[in-house]
Design a protein around this ligand. Structure first.
Ligand code: NAD
Length: 384
């Protein structure tokens, strides 16, 4: 298949592009390097150094003999987006290219407006490009489990059958997200469902859990193929952040009482889920939703697992929660769609956690201490 990966310079887009290329697909890679610009703005860097887009692409050609076709530009530019889709003529488009940090979207008004404009307008331009170039192109869009929030009923895969006053209908699952970033994904989901229902496009919305890990079979083949490893309180995902804190001898910072439960998955499962979704497309007109997670953990439990895996003393510290989120809540997620297509998950193990310790040790001099602690607060609305 011909697959265009949007956001291919990012944490997940890059290893996904390599995984698809290794599986024999013709892969195009698109990015506007916004993620590298947020690093400059926030004064932080990936813990593991990453190469330029050109060097990565060239390294993959040397290692695998396979070519990735690059497109550099911004999805909020409609001409660029349509030209890229027309130029590559994909069978499937994997869309990772959004501002993805909840804390970044909550910094102030300017960051909330940027996040929603970037994400919602970029996706809308993409829907128009697909409709114009070829409505048969399968859109595989990254959503997030955070779109659902923590409802007191089971979380179904995108849709809910309800009976109201004796009548029954199938509706999009009601969402109660926890940040302006998560809201941007909810808005995207509605726009994509609309385009499927009205224009007959085909799409898979992958409501992904929190990803951990840093290595895949392909990124391991050469240090120049490494993907990002973020540790800061804005972009670092929770398990990766705990591992870094353990190695540096800092307390693992759990927000609130740590009873919040989140769906999670390993990076090797992310790339495999995307391959499965691309190779098993949605039907024309179908808006298909999968909950892309393999296990749920309470944050407190996750911190204890990292502390136990680390061969030294580790303290766990509870910080006042900078976010506004429920503790001690019900959390039961249906996630049978991807296993039904053949996913065999890598469950969280001490071996995986232990494999991250040497990566952190080798790069520990790059850590900026100040970046580990949360500075963005959910309460109060700041003008930017
Ligand atoms: P990332 O920030 O590392 O990568 C996103 C990439 O998209 C970046 O390289 C960025 O430069 C690019 N981009 C952003 N806006 C763009 C635009 N307008 N035009 C072109 N390129 C643009 O993020 P990630 O962690 O790889 O996440 C990828 C996707 O997966 C996101 O949509 C995110 O919401 C979703 N997701 C991630 C996680 C996680 O734990 N990392 C969890 C759930 C969902």
């Amino acid at each position: 298949m011909r697959i265009l990966v949007l956001g291919a310079d990012g944490y997940l887009g890059w290893p996904t592009a390599l995984h698809l290329s290794a599986a024999g697909h013709e892969v195009g890679v698109l990015d506007n390097f916004a993620r590298r610009a947020y690093d400059e703005e926030l004064g932080v860097e990936s813990l593991v150094p990453i190469e330029s887009f050109e060097t990565r692409i060239e390294a993959w050609r040397e290692v695998s003999g396979k070519t990735l076709t690059p497109y550099v530009g911004d999805l909020t530019d409609p001409e660029f987006t349509t030209a890229a889709v027309r130029g590559f003529r994909p069978d499937a488009i994997v869309h990772f290219a959004e501002q993805r940090a909840a804390p970044y979207s909550m910094i102030d008004q300017a960051h909330a407006v940027y996040t929603q404009t970037n994400n919602v307008v970029g996706t809308l331009n993409l829907l128009y490009a697909i409709a114009e170039v070829d409505p048969d192109i399968h859109l595989v869009k990254l959503g997030t489990m955070g779109e659902y929030g923590t409802p007191n009923i089971d979380i179904e895969e995108g849709w809910l059958e309800i009976t109201h006053k004796g009548r029954t209908d199938r509706v999009l699952y009601p969402k109660k997200p926890g940040s302006f970033y998560h809201l941007s994904k909810v808005h995207d989901s509605h726009n994509i469902e609309f385009a499927c229902r009205i224009w007959g496009l085909r799409a898979t919305d992958l409501n992904q859990g929190v990803v951990y890990g840093q290595q895949t079979e392909q990124t391991d083949r050469d240090p120049r193929l490494a993907t990002r490893f973020d540790y800061d309180a804005v972009f670092g995902t929770v398990l990766n952040r705990f591992v870094i804190q353990a190695v540096l001898g800092r307390p693992l910072t759990v927000y609130g009482d740590g009873s919040q439960t989140r769906g999670m998955l390993e990076i090797r499962d992310t790339v495999e889920c995307i391959r499965l979704a691309c190779e098993n497309p949605a039907e024309p007109g179908e808006f298909r939703v999968f909950n892309q997670m393999t296990e749920s953990f309470r944050l407190e439990e996750l911190a204890k697992t990292v502390a136990e895996a680390f061969p030294g003393d580790v303290e766990i510290e509870h910080l006042e929660n900078p976010r506004v989120e429920q503790s001690e809540h019900y959390y039961n997620v249906v996630h049978t769609g991807l296993p039904g297509l053949g996913l065999r998950p890598h469950l969280l193990s001490n071996t995986l956690i232990e494999s991250l310790f040497p990566i952190v040790e080798a790069n520990s001099e790059r850590v900026q201490d100040g970046a580990l602690l949360p500075s963005v607060r959910w309460r109060g609305a700041l003008r930017g």
